[in-house]
Design a protein around this ligand. Sequence first.
Ligand code: G4P
Length: 541
Amino acid sequence: MASARNPLELRREIDRRRTFAIISHPDAGKTTLTEKLLLYGGALREAGAVRAQKAARHATSDWLELEKQRGISVSSSVLHFEFDEHRVNILDTPGHADFSEDTYRTLMAADSAVMLIDAARGVEPQTRKLCEVCKLRRIPIFTFVNKMDRHGRDPLDIMGEIEEVLGMEVVPANWPVGAGSDFRGIYDRFERCLMTFSGGDHGTHRVEEHVVAGEPDSEAVMEAMGPFAEDVVEGLELLEGAGAELDAGLVASGAQTPMFFGSALTNFGVHPFLKRFLEMAPGPVPRVSSGDVIDPVDHPFSGFVFKIQANMDPDHRDRIAFLRICSGQFIKGLQTLHIRTGKPIRLTNSTLLMGKDRTEVDEAFAGDVVGLFDPGLFRIGDTLADEKQIGYAGIPIFAPESFMRVEVAGVQKRKALEKGIEQLVQEGVVQLFRDPEGGSASWILGAMGPLQFDVMKHRLQSEYGVELTLSNLPYCLARWPQAGFDPEDFRYSERIRVVLDRDDNWALLAQSSWDFDRLLERNESLDLSETPDPSLFESAN
Ligand code: G4P
């Protein structure tokens, strides 16, 4: 049984934690990279196990039957391992764009993000969206340019694209030596050494790294780079002359991104990336709660729920609330306060998540994520703390891009339908809106994409025994008015629909961004936001 740590130990434990999410467009190699990080972290004995686990989960899970049918990942979890004195927590997120809301929420719990870019494809739409969320939260973003073992774009070209499209200064931490089947290593700009790779059995094992210290144009380094020497020296000279210098402050605020090159598939460059990333990435930083700054070490236990997931384990029909610990130490049996309801709760039944596996948790620290068995008490955004005045800003709501109207057929099933929808909305499966006048007959569901509606239908049927019938609505954008808004102005509007969100905030649904642009042009006092409470972003960090 764990006991309270002394202040020194507590600081050491918290400082060594690194909690991050990997953001990328589907197919950039997130699963492959995650797997290799686990391999280097000793959490996997052989590569391939994550995919194997995915397959095993497909074989046993039932509501995740949908994952199997579609070959997509709907659910996500937390992965953790120890590496170089660090405790690493990877917040795993589903890959498909339709579930990006889940990823956005998870980013609220991360202290940094790894942005994975396919060397041939550059910045893709999903990466751009996720990067925007990271930038709003001002968390540091570290870029890993993947698939260097294939012929991709010129590294300078990728740098330029990131700077232009994502608006971040790029500082390469290393520079690739060779590309495609000739990709043989990296030059580390900070350590001033060349690192070449060999072996690795095409990614199933750790690669061998050979280090040659020296400036790029030194004889030893030039010789080791062989036919690529001139290109590399030229590229590095360009960077030294015209490139930005690394600035820890700019990295911390997300204005500058350190960039690494490698191949997750062959393991080339993964180990040096992991080492350097863990050195540079921040541990848990102070967070703002109700106007106060909560220091992760000095303040006793507190945290917030960023995700709720039901039926992760088909053998136990339970709900797990994912709690990001923001300060202090968690000890099994801890007595704390559920701030929203003001009720004291004892955390006796908590679990540490590792993919689909769970182990009972005895102690955890700021930076860690624990799973709380949830009898229906928690909502996304809830704070747990020992003091009433603490309240971490809720998880922002992100504007859905697809809307459907709920068709309520018989009165008999209506109650079950309403209960099911309300619970799944609480879990964040979809968002709920309604017409200002009218009951559940006027319910509108909002999602990022059609797969989210499919999950909703599937779960309503398997868990609540009700069929959900939906009809299409023509809207694809939502905005929340912050000022200059009168619902009466829209009474006869055909292209813009006024609705209420689940917290009774006014929201506007439109068929295109052109509609909002025109509206804003005509009404100068109107202020529209992409989220009901934009201040949540500022106070989340
Ligand atoms: P995701 O989670 O981001 O969607 O991507 P995932 O890791 O599943 O990788 C997508 C595809 O890209 C996979 O190929 C994977 O093997 C490949 N890949 C990942 N990293 C690298 C890399 O560094 N170099 C190269 N050349 N390929 C890479 P697939 O054919 O779709 O699947 P599989 O047959 O390999 O399982």
